[in-house]
Design a protein around this ligand. Structure first.
Ligand SMILES: [Zn+2]
Length: 154
């Protein structure tokens, strides 16, 4: 039952109660069967309206839960977007620029690009990349277990 139908049923029940009260005021000789029939009709209308309102209340609780979940997701996306605007890539990893060089980092390119996860790379060793023209450092992403990420030293 929809909300307008539920409200209509409750209004009809209220109207019937007014009619019944007016009839009782005019005459105390009303047939008992007629009074009982109107009372039963009002009870059914009230029960239908109440049932519909309970269903709608459950639906509202569900909708409120969905709104809360979507609000949290929106907040996370906004936070992630702001975080992404601050990240700088050197081609090997992401960094947060800082007054100190090279800044806070490094963070895994693949984890951020694919999943939006900011995963700090774990330092393994220095000067291990023989093809590098200068010094470099070897890092590993704990998410990508087989990763070997060489970052030239600045
Ligand atoms: Zn990774």
């Amino acid at each position: 039952m929809s909300l307008p139908t539920a409200l209509g049923a409750l209004k009809t029940a209220a109207d019937l109660s007014v009619q019944l009260r007016n009839l009782l005021k005019q005459s105390d000789q009303l047939p008992v069967n007629e009074v009982l029939a109107r009372i039963i009709e009002m009870q059914e209308l009230i029960a239908d309206g109440r049932s519909a309102l309970i269903d709608l209340q459950d639906e509202l609780v569900t909708k409120n839960g969905q709104i809360e979940t979507l609000s949290l997701e929106l907040r996370e996306l906004r936070d992630k977007s702001r975080l992404g605007e601050k990240l700088v890539s050197d081609g090997c990893a992401y960094w947060f620029p800082d007054k100190r060089e090279p800044g806070d980092g490094p963070f895994c390119l693949a984890c951020w690009d694919a999943d939006g996860k900011l995963v700090r790379l774990r330092f393994l060793a220095e000067d291990i990349w023989v093809d590098s023209p200068g010094r470099s450092r070897l890092y590993k992403c704990e998410i990508h277990k087989d990763s070997r990420i060489y970052i030239p030293c600045k």
